[in-house]
Design a binder for this molecule. Structure first.
Ligand SMILES: [Zn+2]
Length: 480
């Protein structure tokens, strides 16, 4: 069964993690923090322009983009033997480049992952050419300018800069530029494929995925930098009721539509229990400092984990779906089919139920909880897709400390906010493979103006250059 993954996490979450109701406004970018040397600004911009200029949508594949990256790495002085072009035999257009900056081996390698593919862009929908980098009004426009060719360019520049410096990290730095994060499915996703087929090439003790974990900005004021440590799992069930059928002129008491409907109403009224992982606690502890009144008190309460007042506070917070999604597994009916003919009693009614499962909960337990809510043995549940386990990555003190100190040095007072995503990106595969993975990037984006996957996708020019510097500093801080 094909996994109904939610690709393209940036579009789900980026920049809007806390204040989704924010309206898109043309807020000014605050005075930029430290920027990289002019040479690296020029290089990063050049790489971004080149990558945006290469159409790497699902149908086009990533061969040209991967070739461009490979050539850049050779130009930077990487030995050909340290650069691998890896292409699945079954999918010859899905090219991946993996490079290794060799270190002194004092720790297991750190792996960066960055997807080279982008979602479709129809030129007629855009005000600029989506496959040409355009600088306008303080922004870079183009498909992938924000998701995530900007990050690929920052990582590639950081590698080049470290190579130029003759830097020897204390552990190998591996970077995998990959295909098919956005579209396709489990069969073509190349992070999954690399883990399955080339584990030795990418095996690492720590994974950084700059596809998520961004900086939030509101009205041009920097609020926080997200550090993604976990993702909810995505499980789809069908709930099916059957009944004998017959002519509609002779209704029977047992009617599949009524039976299923009653079960669905029971489900809608019984949310799953609230809980709080270390990431969730840290998330609400920080968020409480930005709130007042009851919301502040409730956030503080849940940040302490289960105890007096926890359930009631979680219930009040869950009125806001974003907060509720952090606190509990959610299951919701998304599709319904029933009956076969207008004058016949239904012989079948079926609902599709979408669950977003907390990292520490199992599919089996979720199904048992669903069955309890349907409370009808004649409603049968079936899993449409069984996801891989996706454990939360522990809040690694070394990663947190590195991120905090770089954030302080670049944007004094801006905290690091641990976060569980409610969608999934490629970290789902590295976490499932037992590699602790963190979504982290220094790209600030105005809340409510997230254009990943949308028309006129863009990244702030200053935000882009700041992240080039952030990426370089982080890569160094994690490897010395
Ligand atoms: Zn992405």
């Amino acid at each position: 069964m094909i996994q109904p993954r939610i690709p393209g996490l940036r579009s789900v979450l980026a920049g809007g993690a806390l204040f989704l109701c924010g309206q898109a406004t043309a807020a000014p970018f605050p005075p930029p923090g430290p920027l990289p040397p002019a040479q690296d600004q020029a290089l990063a911009r050049d790489i971004l322009a080149q990558l945006v200029g290469i159409n790497s949508t699902f149908d086009h594949g990533t061969v040209a983009a991967a070739e461009a990256v490979r050539q850049r790495l050779l130009d930077a002085g990487f030995a050909p033997s340290d650069i691998q072009m890896l292409i699945p035999a079954a999918f010859p257009t899905k090219a991946n480049v993996v490079v290794r900056l060799r270190g002194s081996g004092k720790a297991r390698p750190v792996l960066y992952i960055g997807h080279l593919d982008v979602v479709e862009a129809r030129p007629e929908d855009w005000s600029v050419d989506p496959f040409k980098l355009t600088e306008k009004d303080g922004f870079f426009y183009g498909r992938g300018a924000f998701d995530m060719k900007d990050e690929d360019a920052a990582v590639l520049d950081a590698l080049t800069r470290l190579k130029r410096e003759g830097y020897v990290p204390n552990r190998d730095i591996i970077v995998a530029f990959t295909a098919d994060e956005e579209a396709g499915d489990d069969t073509t996703n190349c992070v999954r494929w690399l883990i399955a087929e080339h584990r030795d090439v990418i095996d690492a003790g720590l994974v950084i995925n700059p596809d998520s974990g961004l900086g939030d900005m509101q009205q041009g004021r920097r609020l926080d930098v997200n550090l993604q440590t976990a993702e909810k799992t995505y499980v789809t069930y069908t709930a099916t009721a059957n009944s004998p059928g017959g002519h509609s002129s002779l209704p029977e008491a047992d009617n599949a539509i009524y039976r299923l409907s009653e079960g669905l109403v029971r489900l809608s009224k019984a949310p799953f229990p609230a809980s709080a992982s270390p990431t969730t606690k840290a998330y609400f502890a920080y968020l409480a400092t930005t709130q007042t009144g009851q919301v502040h008190d409730d956030m503080l309460t849940v940040s302490k984990g289960p105890g007096p007042g926890f359930e009631a506070a979680a219930e009040r917070l869950s009125v806001t779906p974003l907060y509720g999604s952090q606190l509990r597994t959610t299951c919701v009916a998304t599709m319904l089919t029933a009956g076969q003919q207008e004058n016949a009693l239904p012989d079948k009614a079926q609902a599709t139920i979408q669950c977003r499962v907390l990292p520490d909960e199992t599919v089996a337990a979720t199904q048992a909880a669903l069955a309890e809510r349907f409370a009808d043995p004649k409603i049968t549940l079936a899993v449409v897709y069984m996801p891989a386990p996706n454990p939360e990555s522990p809040l690694d003190p070394a990663v947190l400390k590195a991120a905090q100190s770089i954030s302080q040095s670049m944007w004094p007072g801006v905290p690091i906010l641990p976060l569980m995503s409610v969608g999934a990106d490629d970290s789902v595969y590295t976490r499932a493979a037992g590699m602790p993975s963190y979504g982290l990037s220094g790209t600030f984006n105005e809340i409510g103006d997230n254009r990943a996957h949308a028309r006129d996708e863009r990244v702030g020019v200053a935000a882009f250059y700041e992240n080039v510097e952030f990426t370089y500093r982080l890569m160094k801080a994690l490897t010395r």
